[in-house]
Design a protein around this ligand. Structure first.
Ligand SMILES: CCCCCCCCCCCCCCCCCCCCCCCCCCCC(=O)SCCNC(=O)CCNC(=O)[C@H](O)C(C)(C)COP(=O)(O)OP(=O)(O)OC[C@H]1O[C@@H](n2cnc3c(N)ncnc32)[C@H](O)[C@@H]1OP(=O)(O)O
Ligand code: NDP
Length: 515
């Protein structure tokens, strides 16, 4: 029997960000391994015209939760959605709900965040720092609380190249930043943002670092721990391989590559691609919840959920694996054949962006116009290039994360727990993982039927022929223009033609002689 699964039985948990990528996988695993847990409170806001109940219904009826419904048929009774907006004071939670949360919660998993790289500093501070502070205040009023687990990111200190499982200070105290956001207007915030974030690439990583300091400073007597995942990817094993439901991080780039939009990218091929499967992160998080509650470490422990130092894979290898998989499992209706070259400096990046990305988009838009349709490809391409430019920082640097606490925790688990809550990334086979990832993107994100693979392959063949035809036509046109204008080109042309003529004559003569 798993000790960790038994620990969560009969417990009341509170999860923020449960409707997000990581939160859903966390809920799924908790229900599947501890079907006797009492309740999971989730803080949810109404969104896209859906009520809380509709959002929960949609999650429970997704493929991700199919296995849960077998082991825990009354799962819908065990999820208690609480209307909350983490941007509001007291999260806009009703008095009754707040009372219930305060008196019943045993463990908190704080996953909610804005993960956008372009979030305005005010918005990022509100969600990633102030909301964490408020949640800690709530937690301090919970008599039954056993552990508070905060999800941060391994990139919160990405301005350093070697990162230990410790909290690093920031030059300006989070409390001062929180206060200043209340009275500074947007234009001043815009002006000071670059100075505050310093050598970090965006407000996301900066505010996640501030969030960690808040956890350390304001946790009082609570048992707290921080989990820092790196680049979270599709599931490795559970509940089934390759599950993913948003385009963040690598998933969007896999789509862009498979559909033939992304053909080159500025990346350091030998830099470590620190991707970590979402189920590995979730297993570690659940184990951390158990360990923090049961062992009550004296200080706040940080756990890195990274792959680089235990099972490294670089971007070059990953790119090759992705492309090789796309040969076998192509995506439907690709714009061009999947291919991806690495560029290493700004000049070649600009050149290939013009030649490989914008030029084909302009030609395609011209074709759309000719056929009476609205041009859209250049706009789409420009948005993609903007997105890529924001991700570039992470594929052009390498980091070394120590994983002492994570390895210590693994050694503390019973063999059964190591199996049920496996977060040993050394067992990950990258080739197999990437194949399942690409397949998962096709099935769960693009919702493409596998029966369409032969047609997709046919389409790629057609694109290859168009590519050859286009290149031949282009070559002939350029050559014709050159011959018309340059004596050197004419001389070369006559030389080639006479050489071919002589070669053919010699070949004919020798074959006649043999007869
Ligand atoms: C095992 C996987 C291997 C991966 C290999 C990749 C496959 C390529 C093979 C080819 C070989 C080349 C290999 C090169 C290396 C690949 C790089 C791999 C990824 C590196 C990712 C680094 C992430 C670092 C993570 C740090 C960890 C964290 O803690 S944060 C969590 C992650 N957060 C994010 O990822 C958020 C990033 N997104 C944003 O901030 C915003 O989306 C935006 C600011 C970029 C854009 O915002 P905008 O308002 O314009 O609109 P939005 O609605 O959000 O999206 C606009 C359009 O862009 C598309 N989109 C969004 N994200 C991505 C994406 N990651 N990749 C591609 N496209 C993306 C989105 O669909 C929208 O499309 P349209 O509607 O059609 O315009
Ligand atoms: N994905 C990754 O690559 C990585 C993620 N992380 C961390 O993991 C955690 C989870 O990330 P991930 O699941 O990918 O992110 P998602 O963007 O998928 O999910 C974010 C969650 O936060 C919720 N949320 C956002 N704003 C509010 C609000 N105002 N009130 C209530 N809820 C809100 C969202 O709710 P809603 O559905 O209503 O929008 C959603 O449930 C984050 O802390 C992130 O920093 C760390 C490293 C890498």
């Amino acid at each position: 029997m798993s000790m960790i699964a038994a620990f969560y039985s009969n417990k009341s948990l509170l999860i923020t960000g449960a409707t997000g990528f990581l939160g859903k996988v966390l809920m799924e695993k908790l229900f599947r391994t501890s079907p006797h847990l009492k309740v999971i409170y989730i803080l949810v806001r109404p969104k896209s015209g859906q009520t809380l109940q509709e959002r929960v219904f949609q999650i429970l009826n997704s493929k991700l939760f199919e296995k849960v419904k077998e082991v825990c048929p009354n799962v819908h009774e065990k999820i208690r959605p609480i209307s909350a907006d983490l941007n509001q004071r007291d999260f806009a939670i009703s008095k009754e709900d707040m009372q219930e949360l305060l008196s019943c919660t045993n463990i908190i998993f704080h996953c909610a965040a804005t993960v956008r790289f372009d979030a305005h500093l005010r918005e990022a501070v509100q969600l990633n720092v102030t909301a964490t502070q408020q949640l800690l205040l709530m937690a301090s009023q919970m008599p039954k609380l056993e552990a508070f687990i905060h999800i941060s990111t391994a990139f919160s200190n990405c301005n350093l190249s070697r990162i230990d499982e410790v909290i690093y200070p920031c030059p300006v105290e989070p409390r001062k930043i929180i206060d200043s956001m209340e009275w500074l207007d947007d234009s001043i915030i815009d002006e000071i943002t670059p100075k505050l974030i310093g050598d970090r690439p965006n407000t996301y990583t900066y505010t996640k670092a501030l969030g960690e300091i808040v956890v350390q400073q304001e946790s009082g007597n609570l048992n707290v721990a921080i989990v820092r995942p790196s680049i979270v990817g599709a599931t490795w094993q559970e509940p089934f391989p390759g599950w993913v439901d948003n385009v963040n991080g690598p998933s969007g780039l896999i789509i862009a590559t498979g559909k033939g939009f992304l053909r080159s990218i500025k990346a350091t091929p030998m830099a470590v691609a620190d991707v970590i499967p979402v189920d590995t992160v979730v297993n570690l998080t659940i184990a951390v919840g158990w360990y923090t509650a049961v062992h009550r470490p004296k200080s706040t422990l940080i756990y890195h959920s990274t792959s680089g130092n235990l099972n490294p894979c670089n971007w070059h290898k990953m790119g090759l694996h992705v492309l090789a998989t796309m040969e076998k499992i192509p995506f439907e209706s690709a714009f061009r054949r999947p291919n991806a070259d690495f560029t290493t400096n700004n000049f070649t990046t600009q050149y290939w962006n013009a030649v490989s990305h914008r030029a084909p988009a302009i030609i395609y838009d011209f074709y759309l116009r000719l056929t009476g349709r609205k041009p859209r490809m250049l706009k789409l391409m420009n948005r993609l290039l903007r997105t890529i430019s924001m991700l570039e920082y992470f594929i052009n640097h390498s980091w070394e994360w120590s994983t002492n606490n994570t390895e210590m925790l693994l050694s503390e688990l019973s063999p059964e727990d190591q199996r049920v809550f496996n977060f040993d990334v050394r067992q990950l086979n990258w080739l197999e993982y990437i194949e399942n990832y690409v397949l998962g993107v096709k099935k769960y994100l693009l919702k493409e039927d596998l029966a369409g693979i032969p047609k997709a392959k046919q389409h790629l063949k057609r694109l290859r022929n168009i590519h050859y035809l286009f290149n031949t036509a282009l070559f002939l046109i350029i050559w014709r223009l050159l011959i018309a204008r340059s004596q050197i080109a004419r001389n070369i042309w006559f030389f080639i033609v006479s050489f071919c003529y002589k070669f053919i004559s010699y070949f004919r003569a020798s074959s006649t002689l043999k007869i």
